[in-house]
Design a protein around this ligand. Structure first.
Ligand code: UD1
Ligand code: MG
Length: 448
C-alpha cells in the first residue's frame, strides 16, 4: 500500500524555554525533526511533507539538508495538530493511499513499529500508536474498549478517571489520506485559540462507522519532547539503547556510560572504545579498530586495525586506512591517511593526503588556510616528516622523501629528496655562562 508521510513540525514548543524552534533541538547529534523524517523514510513513502511554522526557514533548511526531496508546507498560525495536517493538504493533493502523521517532536519511532501499524490497517480505518507511561505525564489518554479505540482525550480536557489511564497517545496516526483529510475538515475548533486537534478524528470517525485501533510500543520509541526534561530523558534513553545495541553487536565499551553516540554511529565487531568518547554524526569504525579515551570523532571513517587517541579529534572527511595510527592531541580534518600511517603527537592534518606507511613527526602542521581559500597538502608513501614541519599548502611531498625537523615547507619536495628549511645553527662558546653571570651581578648591585 502506498503511504505518504506528514511530519508536524510547526510548533514553537513553549515549554522548552528556548529561542530555538522545538524540532531543531538536537538529540543524538541530529535535530528532532530529522529523527522523525528518518522514521517516516523507513516506509519508502510516496511523498514526505514537513509542516513548518515557527522558525520555518530554519526548520525547512534542516529538513531539506537531510532529505532534499521533502516537500515543505507552511502552517502560518499554530492552531493545533489537526490544523497542521490540513496545512499539508495542498502538498498532498492527488496523493493516493495512506497518510502517516508523525510528530517532529517524537524522534524515536522505529520502522518496525510503523510496519506493525501498516499491518493493523488491514483491520482498521484509523491506527493510533500508543504507549504505557506514568500517570503524571500529560500526554493525551487513549480511551479503549477491548481492541477498539473509542476516543483520545487531551490531558488538559480529561477528568480524574481519564487522567488515571496509563495508555497514552504518541500522536502517530495512520489511515487513508483522503479519509483523514475529510474527517479533519469537519473537526470543530476546541478552545479559545480555535485549535483543531488531530486526535478528534478518532471519535468523529467512529461516529461515521469507521474502526480505530491502537498499536502499542515502548515509551522509549514514542515519547514526545515537550520540555527540556523530556529532551534530557530522551537523550538518556537513546544513549542507553544505542550502547546496548553496540555491545550486543560485539563492540567493547570500557566506560559505556561515558560514550556519547550519534544517531548514526556505526562500529564493527571487536572494535574497542577504551573510555569516555564523544561521537558526532557520520562516524563509521571497522572491526578491530581501537579508540583510546577522550576522543571527539565526527564524520570520519576508521579502518580495521587503526587506532586513535587518547585525546584525538577527527573531523569531517577524516579517513584512516588499515593500521593507521593517530595519537594524542592530533586533529585530522578532510584528510586521508593511508595504510599504516603514523601521526603520533600534537599534529594538525587538514585537507591532506598521506600515502601508506608515512611517518608524521610530532608537531607537524599543515597550513591549509590563507584566510580566504583552503589548499591541499599531498604527502607520498614511505615518507618521513620531521618533527615540527609546517607544510604551507598547496604543496606536494614525494614518495620516500623526508623533511628536516623544524622545516617550513612551501615548495614541492621530489620523490626521495630531503627538504630542509630552517636557519643554520650557530654555536657561541661560553656565551651562556657569561650572560647569566652578568645578569646575576646586575641583580646583586640593585639589592646592595
Ligand atoms: C500531542 C497530542 C497528544 C499526544 C502528544 C504526544 C494533540 C491534540 N495532542 O500533544 O494527545 O499525547 O502529542 O507527544 O494532537 N504542531 C504543529 N502545529 C501546531 C501544533 C503542533 O506543527 O499547530 C506540531 C509540533 O511542532 C509538534 C507536534 O505537532 O512537533 C505535537 O505538538 P505539541 O504541541 O507538542 O502537542 P502535545 O501537547 O505534545
Ligand atoms: Mg508534544
Amino acid at each position: 500500500m502506498n503511504v505518504n508521510v506528514v511530519i508536524l513540525a510547526a510548533g514553537q514548543g513553549t515549554r522548552m524555554n528556548s529561542d530555538l524552534p522545538k524540532v531543531l533541538h538536537p538529540l543524538a547529534g541530529a535535530p528532532l525533526v530529522v529523527h522523525a523524517m528518518r522514521a517516516g523514510l523507513a516506509l519508502a513513502p510516496e511523498r514526505l511533507v514537513v509542516v513548518t511554522g515557527t522558525g520555518g526557514a530554519a526548520v525547512a533548511k534542516a529538513a531539506l539538508d537531510y532529505w532534499p526531496e521533502a516537500v515543505i508546507a507552511t502552517q502560518a498560525e499554530q492552531r493545533g495538530t489537526g490544523h497542521a495536517v490540513l496545512a499539508a493538504a495542498d502538498a498532498l493533493a492527488g496523493a493516493a493511499g495512506d497518510l502517516l502523521v508523525l510528530y517532529g517532536d517524537t524522534p524515536f519511532v522505529s520502522g518496525e513499529t510503523l510496519e506493525r501499524m501498516q499491518a493493523a490497517r488491514a483491520e482498521a480505518d484509523i491506527v493510533v500508536l500508543g504507549f504505557e507511561s506514568r500517570p503524571e505525564e500529560r500526554y493525551g489518554r487513549l480511551v479503549t474498549d477491548g481492541d477498539e479505540l473509542l476516543e483520545i482525550v487531551e490531558w488538559a480536557d480529561a477528568g480524574d478517571a481519564t487522567r488515571a489511564l496509563t495508555l497514552h497517545n504518541s500522536g502517530v496516526v495512520m489511515g487513508d489520506a483522503a479519509v483523514l483529510l475529510r474527517l479533519l475538515d469537519r473537526v470543530e475548533p476546541r478552545n479559545a485559540q480555535g485549535e483543531i486537534y488531530l486526535t478528534d478524528v478518532v471519535a468523529l470517525g467512529r461516529a461515521d462507522g469507521l474502526r480505530a485501533v491502537v498499536v502499542r510500543c515502548d515509551e522509549a520509541e514514542t515519547m514526545g519532547i515537550n520540555t527540556r526534561a523530556h529532551l534530557a530523558r530522551a537523550e538518556d534513553i537513546f544513549q542507553g539503547r544505542a550502547r546496548a545495541l553496540l555491545i550486543e553487536d560485539g563492540v567493547t565499551l570500557k566506560a559505556p556510560g561515558q560514550v556519547i553516540l550519534a544517531f548514526d554511529t556505526a562500529i564493527g565487531r571487536d572494535a574497542i572504545v577504551e573510555g569516555p568518547c564523544v561521537f558526532g554524526p557520520g562516524v563509521t569504525i571497522e572491526s578491530g579498530a581501537h579508540v583510546l579515551p577522550f576522543c571527539h570523532l565526527t564524520g570520519c571513517h576508521i579502518s580495521r586495525g587503526a587506532s586513535v587517541g587518547p585525546f584525538a579529534r577527527l573531523r569531517p572527511g577524516a579517513e584512516l586506512d588499515e593500521d593507521a595510527h593517530v595519537g594524542n592531541f592530533v586533529e585530522v580534518k578532510n584528510a586521508h591517511l593511508g595504510e599504516g600511517v603514523k601521526a603520533g603527537h600534537l599534529t594538525y592534518l587538514g585537507d591532506t593526503d598521506v600515502g601508506p606507511r608515512t611517518n608524521i613527526g610530532a608537531g607537524t602542521i599543515t597550513a591549509n588556510y590563507d584566510g580566504v581559500f583552503k589548499y591541499r597538502t599531498v604527502i607520498g608513501r614511505d615518507a618521513f616528516v620531521g618533527s615540527n614541519t609546517v607544510f604551507v599548502a598547496p604543496v606536494v611531498m614525494g614518495d620516500e622523501a623526508m623533511t628536516a625537523t623544524g622545516s617550513v615547507v612551501n615548495r614541492d619536495v621530489p620523490d626521495g629528496a630531503m627538504a630542509i628549511a630552517r636557519a643554520r645553527q650557530e654555536v657561541k662558546e661560553g656565551f651562556a655562562r657569561r650572560f647569566f653571570a652578568r645578569l646575576r651581578e646586575m641583580k646583586a648591585a640593585q639589592k646592595g
